[in-house]
Design a protein around this ligand. Sequence first.
Ligand SMILES: Nc1nc2c(c(=O)[nH]1)N[C@H]1C(S)=C(S)[C@@H](COP(=O)(O)OP(=O)(O)OC[C@H]3O[C@@H](n4cnc5c(=O)[nH]c(N)nc54)[C@H](O)[C@@H]3O)O[C@H]1N2
Ligand SMILES: Nc1nc2c(c(=O)[nH]1)N[C@H]1C(S)=C(S)[C@@H](COP(=O)(O)OP(=O)(O)OC[C@H]3O[C@@H](n4cnc5c(=O)[nH]c(N)nc54)[C@H](O)[C@@H]3O)O[C@H]1N2
Ligand SMILES: [Mo]
Length: 877
Amino acid sequence: MTLQKPLKRRDFLKGTAVASLVVGGAGLTGCSSSKSDDLAATGSTEGMNAHAVASDAAALEEGAQWVTAACWHNCGGRCLNKALVKDGVVIRQKTDDNHEDSADYPQQRACVRGRAQRRQIYGEDRIKYPMKRKNWSPDNPNKELRGKDEWERISWEEALGYVADELTKAKEKYGNSSILAEGSEIGRLLNVFGGYTSRWGTGSLGTWSLTPHLIGYDDGDSGMAVNDRLDMRNCETVILSGVNPAWSSAGNPAYNYLQVKNAGAKFIAIDPYYNDSYALLDADWIPCYPSQDIAIWLGVAHTLITEDSPDNPMIDWDFLNRCAIGFDSDHMPEGEDPKGNFKDYVLGTYDGTPKTPEWASERCGVSPDDMRRIAHEIVPSKKVAILTAWAAGRTHGADNLPQMIMTIGAMTGHMGKSGHMCGLCCHNKASNHGPALVKAGKDGLPAIDTVVPDCINDTQLWTAVLEGSYTFTGTAPNKNKASEAGEVRPIDIHVIYHAGRALLQTRDAMAKGIEAHRKVDFAVAHAQFLTTSAKYCDIILPLDTYWERPGGFLTGNREMIIVHSQVIEPQFECHSDQWIACELAKKLGLDPAAVYPFDEKQQFFNQLAGAEVMDVDGKTYKPLVTITDDDIATWGVEGVPQTGEIGLAELLDLGCYQVERKPGDNFGYIAYEDFVNDPEANPREESPSGKFEIFSRTLSDTITNMGYSAVPPIPAYTEPVEGLEDTYSDFTAKTKGDYPYQVFNPHYLRRSHTVLDNNLWLREAWPNPVYLNAGDAAEKGIAEGDTVLLTSQHGQTLRKAALTQRLMPGVIALPHGSWVDIDEETGIDMGGADNMLCGPVGCGAGISGWNSVIANMEKWTGDELVDDVDKDLRVIC
Ligand SMILES: Nc1nc2c(c(=O)[nH]1)N[C@H]1C(S)=C(S)[C@@H](COP(=O)(O)OP(=O)(O)OC[C@H]3O[C@@H](n4cnc5c(=O)[nH]c(N)nc54)[C@H](O)[C@@H]3O)O[C@H]1N2
Ligand SMILES: Nc1nc2c(c(=O)[nH]1)N[C@H]1C(S)=C(S)[C@@H](COP(=O)(O)OP(=O)(O)OC[C@H]3O[C@@H](n4cnc5c(=O)[nH]c(N)nc54)[C@H](O)[C@@H]3O)O[C@H]1N2
Ligand SMILES: [Mo]
């Protein structure tokens, strides 16, 4: 069933220029909006458009429909995908052709991943039926066989019975806290059942998850704080530090940056890797080591301070005086030792160590001249954007990094004005910030209280299961943007319930994670494929996809929302998380209505009814969708008619509502503008002083008290655990140690994290090698395509080498999210799983420091690794 009326064939836009935006091998992820992708039929893209358009027309004549299909993965992109459905089967996909493409009003074009989803939804490796591990039984679980056992099909009745019995057994014997679960839908059920132990982590944001909120740097949205994309075109210089939209923000962001370049800006990149975004923007590359960014900016700050003079203003003193505290001894918070200020730390007045570019260079790899050059590029008289993404915050020792970036912005006055910005630019808000111009309504579901307070930090998730204790810092600390003082608490986990995320793959210390899965009494997963989390379970419940559900919204790009509809019927015996939660409720003797008082269709309708769009005044919101009595009757839902900007059928037909932008419109955004214009009248809400806190006692106390590691009140350099220094056995003598290389994890084009890793089209397009500096490889006798063994203190993994001059020497780039494939004989992973190398290291605010890992590499002497595209998929039914 689809919720849409039959679509009339849309007039295709003629003559759309398919801009080829490839520069030096770099490309945009949102590629051509050619009418549709008939890869399966043609096997190649040659002559595809003419063929596809003709066959689309024929299919539409025969009653086929274009339906907006969800691309719901967490990839940082939000793009329009449409599926051509004929006789209940998707025969092709296409992307946005709703309107002409232009730089100001761009189409929402899908990337290769979005376009390959048909291959995914119809994949032969879908979990089709409830499955049970062959040697598992309630009385004899054969735990050690998890991950290696065979599977057998069972009925839903049996499967739900097993799950209900095991949950009940754990609750009765050990209490509800013995159930460790992930997933919002199953969370609702388990809270009605008496609770469960949850997890929290710093995830994507790393140190950007807590620090900005404590120092007055949060602009109300994840600490992100830059101007909108049209204003960015006013910048003369754009500094990009660890920013790669061409890979990690599909859709418009890389294109938006290209407009900034076209408007005349110069780009400078500070990064261990000369990535495709920098190539696209022809950026000057300043190579650095990962996890050492604070050192870079200290070297820059030293230059700004020492070279500043009335004749040569390098510092915006007016900005600092009005908007910040803690910069120098005259502006310290009351009651604090004036000697603790930032400027004297940089100058080394009291610790005897000036943080000169030479001092910094040893710790970050950037040449002293380059640090001086950066300082001169960002002087207050220029129009500058200083942009960083989350990657550098996903490291140990970086809790002060957001404060450091804010300090540099405050010193140079690049905040609160047109053409000036300093902050975070990442994920689906990369290159464009400001309040949403169009937004979805709420689903209307009542909240259900969390019953069990236990909540484990990701860095301790698996050691908590194995060792029976963890550091409690509050329930969902980073969601509350506050944290309690750490307290070591006992925990006794007996059941693991996976119903959201891919925890075994994506959290720190995967080797321990596998051990933890082999320790508990019972493990269950909802899964579309034999994901790694599912593979190490006992029961798998087959999950449908968003293509098989009533519909929903995709948001994140402030200028548009995507409204997706049901594309096909649920495949095989698959059901949704909500259906499973309700059926399991019945088995547990609970009322499903207490978990879900109304169904997914009503939830979708509520979101549509509550959707809002900003008025042309740029201030007020008004209803988006016109809904009639007829609509309500057709849908069979509860609701009241309303008048909005677009009719329900038309919105579902377009699948996207995009607000058209023009230079000079009322939708522009200047981050921190009110505060910078008048700090007294508009204090920063979250900092005690109401200002940007370059000295923050709150920051230091809050994070230090969590009990992982101490964080200073100013952005001082803290040696990261598993950072650059740890690659040496003797840092002063520069003698390398057992793990002489630093590893970081670029978010990779084949996948959205772990999702789509099993898609053969994408495996072919993106082989997932390990990127090595060509000079480093030569020293180790490693040639292009050789199999390489990477060894850290926490695990081992194999990959084929891709040699490049685009990587800082001493640094290894292992793409994030590849599915683990353990050789049970050796314990070595043959899948290139990044978290095999990451350990259970808790630092600062419980940071998952994935980009601060150290390792050794050597040429593998065993069998050559099979290319991923030639490997068997995990098919079990
Ligand atoms: N080493 C290392 N680790 C990292 C990172 C890194 O850079 N390096 N990056 C981190 C970052 S930034 C992030 S955001 C995390 C991402 O971590 P996760 O969120 O755990 O990663 P995904 O692969 O997106 O997991 C989504 C899972 O949900 C499943 N799924 C899809 N649809 C549904 C559904 O409707 N219901 C249910 N129940 N499941 C569904 C998918 O099959 C998949 O298994 O990884 C983090 N881990
Ligand atoms: N294709 C694809 N896109 C994705 C995802 C995906 O899995 N696949 N995941 C999405 C998610 S949830 C997230 S959080 C984002 C992540 O997005 P980002 O955090 O932007 O992505 P990364 O690829 O981890 O890193 C971006 C750049 O930072 C550099 N870098 C790494 N460590 C450091 C450092 O310490 N200092 C500096 N200066 N640079 C550093 C890398 O070399 C890279 O060029 O990506 C999103 N987009
Ligand atoms: Mo993320």
